[in-house]
Design a protein around this ligand. Structure first.
Ligand SMILES: Cc1ncc(C[n+]2csc(CCOP(=O)(O)OP(=O)(O)O)c2C)c(N)n1
Ligand SMILES: [Mg+2]
Length: 337
């Protein structure tokens, strides 16, 4: 394990866990924008472990369950929470929301609600990085459900063919909505598909975040040098698909067993056992993180709604001429016969 120490990784995972708990609270209080929220509780080691292997200047896209990934890449929880609340003070001035958050400054090329939708963008970003010789890698984060989308295979093929600095990270939480992976996929060894395209490919157990970091560092440095990579991180989606889903399709015993695979508690136990942190210090860290995330709710709730006049701001490139209104264009084309 190279880039981060276990205490740092634990703190980051605790921040993700607590942020998600507060997002759930925002939803229950009726203060989140939109009707859907997808929490990444149980998946923290994938976000934190892979992001620990990334460098400044690297870019990434995420799926609809991407809060933890952006946070692990350095996002400000205040501006994230405000975005999820649909406020002007959010990363996208409240126009992106939970599932379409983006920030070019931190290399976040966009979350995407379309399953697999963010994957091809990293092939373009990888091509751009290679032309610019920037040394950057572009990473696509997506769920196991996206392995049923053709665009993943088109993207992996192109990345392998052009030897692009690209990494595909599949967060395998065992479920696509209400369907368990073994009911949707004949061969659940997902990395074998990537290997067939010529990528360096592995699966890692997400219980131990340090194992995720090790696998991610090795694959990402290979990608940086022109061998695109695929990493599947095995974990368990602790709760329903979205905030309203009580997962009636899963047995309680299965959920209980699945939640034993808790990367946050596992890291904490290892810290305490190894003497790197006392129980009291871990409690103090947790309390500090809880206060930080409580503040983010306060920040979000206090923010202003976006003004109507700003509806088209940040939607079009300001250097582009104003698009011709559709009606005018239609009249003009029709008049030409
Ligand atoms: C192209 C497309 N098909 C269907 C949906 C509806 N949908 C939203 S999330 C989801 C399941 C995604 O599962 P997975 O990729 O494993 O991600 P997870 O929710 O488990 O993080 C589906 C089918 C969609 N958003 N886009
Ligand atoms: Mg899934």
């Amino acid at each position: 394990m190279k880039n981060s120490t276990l205490p740092q990784l634990y703190e980051e995972m605790r921040r993700v866990r607590t942020f998600e708990e507060r997002v759930g609270e925002l939803f229950v209080r009726g203060q989140s924008a939109g009707s859907m929220l997808h929490l990444s509780i149980g998946e923290e080691s994938a976000a934190v472990g892979v992001c620990a292997a990334m460098r400044e200047g690297d870019t990434f896209t995420t799926h609809h369950r991407g809060h933890g990934i952006f946070l692990a890449r350095g996002a400000d929880p205040n501006r994230m929470m405000a975005e999820i609340a649909g406020k002007d003070s959010g990363y996208c001035h409240g126009k992106g929301g939970s599932m379409h958050i983006a920030d070019m400054g931190l290399g976040h090329l966009g979350a995407n609600a379309i399953v697999g939708g963010g994957i091809p963008a990293v092939v373009g970003a990888g091509l751009s990085a290679r032309h610019a010789q920037s040394g950057a890698v572009s990473v696509a984060f997506f769920g196991d459900g996206a392995t049923g989308q053709g665009i993943l295979y088109e993207s992996m093929n192109m990345a392998a063919l052009w030897k692009l600095p690209v990494m595909f990270v599949c967060i395998n939480n065992q479920y696509g909505m209400g369907t368990r992976i073994d009911q949707a996929t004949a061969n659940p060894n997902l990395h074998e598909r990537a290997a067939a395209f010529g990528l360096a490919a592995r699966t890692v157990d997400g219980l131990n975040v340090e194992d995720v970091v090790d696998a991610a560092v090795e694959l990402m440095e290979g990608a940086r040098a022109g061998t695109p990579a695929f990493l599947a991180v095995d974990c368990y989606r602790f709760y329903g698909h979205a905030r309203k889903d009580k997962s009636p399709y899963r047995a309680e015993a299965e959920e209980e067993e699945g939640r034993k695979k808790d990367p946050v508690l596992h890291a904490r136990a290892r810290l305490v056992e190894s003497g790197l942190m006392s129980e009291a210090d871990a409690d103090a860290l947790d309390a500090r993180v809880a206060a930080e995330m409580d503040d983010s709710i306060g920040y979000a709730v206090a923010g202003e709604e976006p003004q109507m006049a700003s509806m088209f701001r940040d939607v079009y490139d300001p250097t582009e001429p104003e698009p011709e209104p559709v009606r005018t264009r239609l009249d003009r084309v029709l008049a030409q016969g």
